[in-house]
Design a protein around this ligand. Structure first.
Ligand SMILES: C[S@@+](CC[C@H](N)C(=O)[O-])C[C@H]1O[C@@H](n2cnc3c(N)ncnc32)[C@H](O)[C@@H]1O
Length: 211
């Protein structure tokens, strides 16, 4: 049987919760006003992040790679009362979009937006975090992971996006970027401090729980 992945994703979305109007508007605006709108998590992955956040009920979330704030809004949806989401982004040209949509989503009190290079910012963060999304600078994933693992509470969840790298991780001959992603995936597989599962959703997401 040959099912189209696109049709399967559409079917999954049709049989998931309805997408919030603010998120629909944010997706439209991201498509209209950014140069690489495909970086947005989008509805299916966003629903997954929302649901996971509601399961974890985190007090503190860390997100590396805000972009226009789509995943930030989804991750904020499960925060405990008084909880916060620290989200890091280097491209200040996106500020007018993310700021506007954090207001529309009613999460300005929860969001701590940090502008700058996450490679310099993450080492300065104290933590502890209950939920982390790594979604920026694919070559830096290993560096972020090493910094973050000690700032995550036991039982805390780290999610890593784009781990399938458009499917190229399965190729026998890999380009440089793919080799880096593949090495990161192998490193997580071998890390005995964590339980993990890699999901073939969108560009691949690995869920990692610290033991
Ligand atoms: C894939 S997008 C994030 C998508 C977002 N999480 C969402 O779901 O809509 C990656 C973002 O990381 C940012 N980025 C890349 N390298 C960075 C770095 N070193 N520090 C901070 N942000 C970075 C990019 O500017 C981009 O906006």
């Amino acid at each position: 049987m040959n099912f189209s992945l696109k049709r399967l994703a559409a079917y999954c979305l049709d049989h998931s919760s309805d997408i919030d109007e603010v998120l629909k508007e944010l997706e439209r605006e991201t498509n209209l006003k950014t140069l690489a709108p495909q970086m947005i998590s989008g509805p299916l992955q966003g629903q997954l992040f929302s649901l996971i956040s509601k399961m974890v009920k985190p007090a503190h979330v860390l997100e590396i790679g805000t972009f226009t704030g789509y995943s930030t809004i989804c991750l904020a949806s499960g925060l405990k009362e008084g909880g916060t989401i620290t989200t890091i982004e280097s491209n200040v040209e996106l500020k007018h979009i993310s700021d506007k949509f954090f207001v529309k989503a009613g999460i300005t009190d929860q969001v701590k937006q940090v502008w700058g290079d996450a490679r310099k910012i993450v080492p300065e963060l104290d933590g502890p975090f209950d939920l982390v999304l790594i979604d920026a600078g694919k070559k830096d994933y290993s560096y972020y992971y090493d910094l973050i693992i000690d700032k995550v509470n036991p039982g805390g969840l780290i999610m890593v996006d784009n781990v399938l790298w458009s499917g190229k991780v399965t190729a026998s001959k890999k380009d440089n970027d793919t080799t880096v992603m593949d090495a990161f995936n192998k490193k997580i597989k071998e890390d005995e401090r964590v339980d993990k599962v890699m999901l073939p959703i969108r560009d691949g997401i690995t869920l990692i729980i610290k033991k």
